[in-house]
Design a binder for this molecule. Sequence first.
Ligand code: NAP
Length: 253
Amino acid sequence: MGSTPRRLEGKVAVITASTQGIGFGIAERLGLEGASVVISSRKQKNVDEAVMKLKSKGIEAMGLECHVSLADHRKRLMESTVEKYGHIDIVVSNAAANPSIDPIVSMSEKALDKLWEVNLKASVQVVQAAAPHLSENSSVMFISSIAAYDPTSSLAMYGVMKTALLGLTKALAEELAPRTRVNAIAPGFVPTHFADFLVRNEEARTEIESRTLLRRLGTVGDMAATAAFLASDDSSYITGETIVVAGGMKSRL
Ligand code: NAP
């Protein structure tokens, strides 16, 4: 592996749900490429620990508690970023919940509400909160999923929310052009806390690996590298698109 490029010098990135897993990996990669990164999650303790980790790698970072469903948290996240760094160039909307593995036909209203609130409505609202502060030549990203294309069994309604993010990407790309590009990443399966069955259940892991062409699970680094590309001028003619990062798992033509 070559050294990390420095494509994001002078850029300011806000990443939601970023104290571990894919969000943290994206924050770390954007930071190593020269961006100042603002991380957040529901728990201040997790935020503090993650900021320390980033700073220990020489990354300019700050962190705030931000539950994406809370309007005052979202507002404070964006305003504190602008107070400290002056502008926002990159927004990564990464939070999601998967509160139920029930089939759609029997899913409770509570679970349906949570899926809509966290996975979709908050994604819209994070962009609404950032929009007044977005710089010329900015980049917004949603973290969708391979389940957006294949919403199977236990991931069914969660997958439908991720499909909706593909539509949101298209719609916002049109609304925010030409100042801001809007794209999405659809990860395959990555062994994080969110997908800890991949760590716990060897059979499930092997089955998923066998559905990839590259015969392995994804890594946080795979997702972070794609996010850095979409944040950088290397993708300056790409907007409204979703990049599937899933080792060749079946997604679309
Ligand atoms: P993860 O490792 O469990 O990390 C989740 C992060 O989100 C944590 O930092 C958590 O911190 C924070 N968080 C959770 N709910 C939040 C909320 N309501 N508001 C703010 N922060 C919140 O999860 P991950 O696997 O990296 O997943 C990240 C994204 O990738 C999600 O959108 C997920 O759907 C997507 N994705 C994951 C996979 C996979 O295989 N892992 C595949 C496809 C797509 P606190 O607990 O401190 O809040």
